[in-house]
Design a protein around this ligand. Structure first.
Ligand SMILES: *Cc1c(COP(=O)(O)O)cnc(C)c1O
Length: 383
């Protein structure tokens, strides 16, 4: 037997209760039965986004919501500023370029977090910038960008939107979209929301909805104005991802039972334990400024075959970690602590890594990583 552990920053494990709820016989979506579930989920999402606005549910992966954010608010030739600090920052630039926008970037070494002053300086140099596109948590590097501080700067400008990919931050960090001044906030189902992939969530501020009135970029499936109207009637413009929305109802019940502040605290503690555990094993963190609470990345020693290690751990030991993307392929390891993940999942991950790295020839002090994590968890065990 090989018990499987999913420790990658998306997809993440799905709780048993949610799997069972999603396994119920299919229901039709144009019914009061579905609309009642939809209405409950709509309300339940708002506190997690920190907004009074509708959180729209789209059938698609997170990237669908990223594309929707661009095509619904901007126009060809508009100048946008992208924080290009990893794979997902690069994706913002690719989407914007695909629609004929002019992309300015702040290019950072992978692992760095942008400083608010850098964004402010760009906005002063280019006051015509229509939107700042950023990740809250850049999953490819496990670095967090200081969203609240940047929101303060961008929200002072009536003609500039602050568009945040919160795909690995919503549900991980307390997020106050309205209070901080985020104009568009996005997430997807397969990260902190503990669901299978396929559902994208997006909320727009009043300011962003005003931008939709002037946006002429092509859109059909991802027309948010149309979607907003449908969803305000507890239905969707197209066939919704029925099973995922049923699963989301179940997820929200689980999150609310734990209490949102406890959800965020659990993520912070698992992240701290993972960081301390991996550092006790002798690794350096990839995130140099602000490591994210969603996943922890470490730099592997020169010459170590990270790709082979990840494959071997998955196939021979049953644990799925994530390696690096693009130029960091094979050079880093990423360990998730996202979603349905608690203290003992972190302990398992660290213990397996200690043994695995030793097998792969690294000099590891067995138990050092686990011990460091236990020191973090011990006061919070509640026994
Ligand atoms: C996973 C992820 C995405 C991509 O979402 P898909 O669901 O693969 O389309 C985008 N941004 C961030 C920060 C992510 O972690």
């Amino acid at each position: 037997m090989l018990k499987k552990y999913l420790l990658s920053p998306g997809p993440t494990p799905v709780p048993e209760k949610v799997l069972l709820d999603m396994a119920m016989p299919m229901i039709h979506h144009r019914t009061s039965e579905f609309s009642n579930i939809f209405a409950e989920v709509r309300e339940g999402l708002k506190p997690i986004f920190g907004t009074k606005q509708d959180v729209l549910m789209l059938a698609g992966s997170g990237t669908a919501a990223m594309e929707a954010a661009v095509v619904n608010t901007l126009n060809e030739g508009d100048k946008v500023l992208v924080i290009n600090a990893g794979k997902f920052g690069k994706r913002w630039a690719e989407i914007a370029t695909a629609y004929g926008l002019e992309v300015l970037t702040i290019d950072l070494e992978w692992g760095r977090s942008v400083r608010p002053e850098q964004v402010e300086a760009k906005l002063i140099a280019h006051p015509e910038i229509k939107a700042v596109l950023i990740q809250a948590s850049e999953t490819s590097t496990t670095a967090y960008h200081p969203i609240e501080e940047i929101a303060k700067i961008v929200s002072l400008r009536d003609d500039t939107l602050f568009i945040v990919d919160g795909i690995t931050s919503v549900g991980v960090y307390e997020t106050k979209m309205d209070e901080w001044g985020i104009d568009i906030l996005i997430t997807g189902s397969q990260k902190a929301f503990m669901l299978p992939p396929g559902l994208a969530l997006i909320a727009l501020s009043e300011k962003a909805w005003k931008f939709t009135e002037k946006s002429k970029l092509p859109k059909f499936y991802l027309n948010l104005k149309k979607e907003r109207k449908s969803q305000s009637d507890n239905t969707t413009s197209w066939t919704p991802a029925v099973s995922l929305i049923i699963g989301l109802k179940s997820v929200l019940e689980i999150m609310n039972k734990e209490g949102l502040s406890n959800v965020y605290k659990r993520h912070a503690l698992c992240a701290e334990a993972t960081r301390k555990g991996l550092m006790a094993m002798g690794f350096d963190l990839l995130a140099k400024d602000i490591p994210s609470n969603s996943a922890t990345g470490v730099v592997l020693p020169e010459g170590f075959d990270g790709g082979k290690f990840v494959k071997s751990m998955r196939e021979k030991a049953g644990l799925t970690f994530a390696g690096g993307q693009d130029h960091l392929k094979g050079k880093i390891l990423r360990v998730s602590h996202l979603g349905y993940h608690d203290f003992f999942d972190t302990i398992i991950a660290l213990s397996a890594l200690e043994m695995g790295f030793s097998q792969f020839g690294l000099k590891i002090d067995l138990g050092a990583g686990v011990k460091a994590a236990e020191e973090v968890f011990k006061p919070h065990l509640g026994v």
